[in-house]
Design a protein. Structure first.
Length: 209
Protein backbone atom coordinates (compact mmCIF):
# COMPACT_ATOMS: atom_id res chain seq x y z
CA UNK A 1 0.00 0.00 0.00
CA UNK A 2 1.06 3.60 -0.61
CA UNK A 3 -0.67 6.71 0.73
CA UNK A 4 0.30 10.14 -0.60
CA UNK A 5 -1.40 12.45 1.91
CA UNK A 6 -0.34 15.64 0.16
CA UNK A 7 -1.56 14.45 -3.24
CA UNK A 8 -4.72 12.65 -2.15
CA UNK A 9 -3.68 9.31 -3.66
CA UNK A 10 -4.14 5.74 -2.45
CA UNK A 11 -2.26 3.03 -4.35
CA UNK A 12 -3.23 -0.57 -3.66
CA UNK A 13 -0.19 -2.65 -4.60
CA UNK A 14 -0.94 -6.09 -6.04
CA UNK A 15 2.41 -7.93 -6.21
CA UNK A 16 4.19 -8.28 -9.56
CA UNK A 17 2.21 -5.51 -11.29
CA UNK A 18 4.93 -2.82 -11.63
CA UNK A 19 4.15 -1.66 -8.11
CA UNK A 20 7.75 -1.09 -7.01
CA UNK A 21 8.33 1.11 -10.06
CA UNK A 22 5.15 3.07 -9.41
CA UNK A 23 5.97 3.52 -5.73
CA UNK A 24 9.37 4.95 -6.65
CA UNK A 25 7.68 7.40 -8.99
CA UNK A 26 5.09 8.39 -6.39
CA UNK A 27 7.74 8.91 -3.71
CA UNK A 28 9.56 11.30 -6.03
CA UNK A 29 6.53 13.63 -6.25
CA UNK A 30 5.03 13.23 -2.77
CA UNK A 31 6.49 14.89 0.33
CA UNK A 32 4.01 13.43 2.81
CA UNK A 33 3.48 9.72 2.38
CA UNK A 34 3.64 6.40 4.13
CA UNK A 35 3.71 2.88 2.77
CA UNK A 36 3.92 -0.81 3.65
CA UNK A 37 1.95 -0.41 6.88
CA UNK A 38 1.16 -2.93 8.18
CA UNK A 39 2.60 -4.72 5.12
CA UNK A 40 3.25 -4.17 1.45
CA UNK A 41 0.34 -6.00 -0.20
CA UNK A 42 -2.96 -5.69 1.62
CA UNK A 43 -6.49 -6.10 0.21
CA UNK A 44 -8.70 -3.10 -0.44
CA UNK A 45 -11.11 -3.68 2.43
CA UNK A 46 -8.27 -3.75 4.97
CA UNK A 47 -6.63 -0.76 3.27
CA UNK A 48 -9.86 1.22 3.75
CA UNK A 49 -9.96 0.39 7.45
CA UNK A 50 -6.34 1.47 7.93
CA UNK A 51 -6.60 4.86 6.22
CA UNK A 52 -10.11 5.55 7.51
CA UNK A 53 -13.38 5.81 5.65
CA UNK A 54 -13.26 9.61 5.26
CA UNK A 55 -9.81 9.59 3.65
CA UNK A 56 -10.77 6.62 1.50
CA UNK A 57 -13.83 8.46 0.17
CA UNK A 58 -11.92 11.71 -0.52
CA UNK A 59 -8.69 10.34 -2.01
CA UNK A 60 -8.20 8.81 -5.46
CA UNK A 61 -7.74 5.05 -5.02
CA UNK A 62 -6.25 2.94 -7.77
CA UNK A 63 -4.46 -0.31 -8.54
CA UNK A 64 -2.79 -2.13 -11.45
CA UNK A 65 -3.46 -5.56 -12.94
CA UNK A 66 -1.81 -7.55 -15.72
CA UNK A 67 -2.46 -10.54 -17.93
CA UNK A 68 -3.04 -13.34 -15.39
CA UNK A 69 -1.06 -15.97 -17.29
CA UNK A 70 1.89 -13.61 -17.49
CA UNK A 71 1.42 -12.56 -13.85
CA UNK A 72 1.51 -16.15 -12.62
CA UNK A 73 4.76 -16.88 -14.46
CA UNK A 74 6.27 -13.64 -13.17
CA UNK A 75 5.44 -14.55 -9.56
CA UNK A 76 6.66 -18.12 -9.98
CA UNK A 77 9.94 -16.95 -11.57
CA UNK A 78 10.43 -14.26 -8.95
CA UNK A 79 10.23 -16.71 -6.02
CA UNK A 80 12.23 -19.40 -7.79
CA UNK A 81 15.03 -16.98 -8.78
CA UNK A 82 15.01 -14.94 -5.53
CA UNK A 83 14.70 -17.55 -2.75
CA UNK A 84 15.63 -15.00 -0.08
CA UNK A 85 12.02 -13.78 -0.30
CA UNK A 86 10.69 -17.19 0.68
CA UNK A 87 11.71 -16.75 4.31
CA UNK A 88 9.20 -13.92 4.70
CA UNK A 89 6.71 -16.73 5.21
CA UNK A 90 7.11 -18.12 8.73
CA UNK A 91 6.64 -21.67 7.51
CA UNK A 92 9.72 -21.29 5.32
CA UNK A 93 11.72 -19.29 7.83
CA UNK A 94 11.38 -22.04 10.44
CA UNK A 95 12.49 -24.85 8.12
CA UNK A 96 15.78 -26.63 8.82
CA UNK A 97 18.47 -26.64 6.13
CA UNK A 98 17.64 -30.01 4.61
CA UNK A 99 13.88 -29.42 4.74
CA UNK A 100 14.28 -25.98 3.18
CA UNK A 101 16.45 -27.36 0.39
CA UNK A 102 13.96 -30.16 -0.32
CA UNK A 103 11.01 -27.79 -0.50
CA UNK A 104 12.88 -25.31 -2.68
CA UNK A 105 13.96 -28.09 -5.04
CA UNK A 106 10.29 -29.00 -5.48
CA UNK A 107 9.51 -25.37 -6.32
CA UNK A 108 12.42 -25.07 -8.73
CA UNK A 109 11.75 -28.33 -10.56
CA UNK A 110 7.99 -28.72 -10.25
CA UNK A 111 7.07 -26.02 -12.73
CA UNK A 112 3.78 -24.17 -12.78
CA UNK A 113 1.76 -27.27 -11.94
CA UNK A 114 3.49 -27.53 -8.57
CA UNK A 115 3.32 -23.75 -8.02
CA UNK A 116 -0.43 -23.67 -8.66
CA UNK A 117 -1.51 -26.78 -6.81
CA UNK A 118 1.02 -27.62 -4.10
CA UNK A 119 3.34 -24.68 -3.36
CA UNK A 120 2.81 -23.52 0.23
CA UNK A 121 3.72 -19.83 0.60
CA UNK A 122 1.21 -17.18 1.64
CA UNK A 123 3.14 -14.13 2.84
CA UNK A 124 1.75 -11.81 0.15
CA UNK A 125 -1.68 -13.34 -0.26
CA UNK A 126 -4.87 -11.37 0.50
CA UNK A 127 -6.38 -14.22 2.53
CA UNK A 128 -4.59 -15.49 5.62
CA UNK A 129 -3.02 -18.87 5.00
CA UNK A 130 -4.12 -19.10 1.35
CA UNK A 131 -1.19 -20.25 -0.87
CA UNK A 132 -0.15 -17.77 -3.54
CA UNK A 133 -0.81 -20.25 -6.33
CA UNK A 134 -4.49 -20.40 -5.43
CA UNK A 135 -5.38 -16.70 -5.58
CA UNK A 136 -6.09 -14.28 -8.41
CA UNK A 137 -5.31 -10.59 -8.67
CA UNK A 138 -8.88 -9.47 -8.03
CA UNK A 139 -8.75 -11.18 -4.63
CA UNK A 140 -6.85 -8.09 -3.45
CA UNK A 141 -9.63 -5.86 -4.79
CA UNK A 142 -12.37 -6.94 -2.38
CA UNK A 143 -13.77 -3.40 -2.00
CA UNK A 144 -14.52 -0.89 -4.81
CA UNK A 145 -11.74 1.52 -5.76
CA UNK A 146 -11.79 4.48 -8.14
CA UNK A 147 -9.83 2.91 -11.01
CA UNK A 148 -8.09 -0.32 -11.95
CA UNK A 149 -5.45 0.18 -14.64
CA UNK A 150 -4.01 -2.49 -16.87
CA UNK A 151 -0.22 -2.60 -16.73
CA UNK A 152 -0.04 -1.29 -20.30
CA UNK A 153 -2.05 1.77 -19.26
CA UNK A 154 0.68 3.31 -17.11
CA UNK A 155 0.86 6.26 -19.48
CA UNK A 156 -2.83 6.91 -18.89
CA UNK A 157 -2.27 6.60 -15.14
CA UNK A 158 0.48 9.23 -15.32
CA UNK A 159 -1.85 11.55 -17.25
CA UNK A 160 -4.61 11.08 -14.70
CA UNK A 161 -2.28 11.84 -11.80
CA UNK A 162 -1.08 14.98 -13.59
CA UNK A 163 -4.70 16.11 -13.95
CA UNK A 164 -5.50 15.30 -10.33
CA UNK A 165 -2.39 16.69 -8.64
CA UNK A 166 -0.53 18.90 -11.10
CA UNK A 167 2.49 16.63 -10.62
CA UNK A 168 4.18 14.89 -13.54
CA UNK A 169 4.77 11.24 -12.67
CA UNK A 170 7.73 9.35 -14.11
CA UNK A 171 7.61 5.58 -13.57
CA UNK A 172 11.04 3.89 -13.69
CA UNK A 173 11.42 0.23 -14.65
CA UNK A 174 12.34 -1.80 -11.57
CA UNK A 175 12.21 -5.28 -10.05
CA UNK A 176 11.52 -7.25 -13.22
CA UNK A 177 11.72 -11.05 -13.24
CA UNK A 178 13.57 -12.30 -16.34
CA UNK A 179 12.11 -15.40 -17.96
CA UNK A 180 11.22 -16.80 -21.37
CA UNK A 181 7.83 -15.97 -22.88
CA UNK A 182 5.10 -16.85 -20.41
CA UNK A 183 3.25 -19.11 -22.87
CA UNK A 184 6.22 -21.49 -22.92
CA UNK A 185 5.56 -22.41 -19.26
CA UNK A 186 2.05 -23.72 -19.79
CA UNK A 187 0.29 -26.96 -20.50
CA UNK A 188 -3.41 -27.02 -21.31
CA UNK A 189 -4.07 -28.03 -17.71
CA UNK A 190 -2.11 -25.19 -16.11
CA UNK A 191 -3.50 -22.71 -18.64
CA UNK A 192 -7.02 -23.70 -17.61
CA UNK A 193 -6.10 -23.59 -13.92
CA UNK A 194 -5.05 -19.92 -14.19
CA UNK A 195 -8.15 -19.16 -16.23
CA UNK A 196 -10.35 -20.59 -13.48
CA UNK A 197 -8.61 -18.49 -10.82
CA UNK A 198 -9.02 -15.31 -12.85
CA UNK A 199 -12.30 -15.69 -14.73
CA UNK A 200 -13.69 -12.32 -13.63
CA UNK A 201 -10.41 -10.50 -14.38
CA UNK A 202 -10.17 -12.09 -17.83
CA UNK A 203 -13.75 -11.17 -18.64
CA UNK A 204 -13.57 -7.62 -17.28
CA UNK A 205 -10.31 -6.69 -19.02
CA UNK A 206 -10.62 -8.94 -22.07
CA UNK A 207 -7.35 -10.75 -21.46
CA UNK A 208 -6.37 -13.60 -23.75
CA UNK A 209 -3.71 -16.23 -23.46
Amino acid sequence: MFVAHDLGLLFLHIPKTAGMSLRAGLKSISRDNHFDFPRMHIPAREFREIVGHNRWDKFYSFSIVRNPWEWTVSFYSFLKDSPEWLVLDKRWKDLTGDDWAYRFERLANGGLAYFLDEFDWSHYTPQTGMPIGKVGQLDWLNYPINRIYKIDELGELSSDILKLTGKRLYIPHMNSSPHVHYRDYYTEQTKRRVEQLNEKLIDQFEYTF
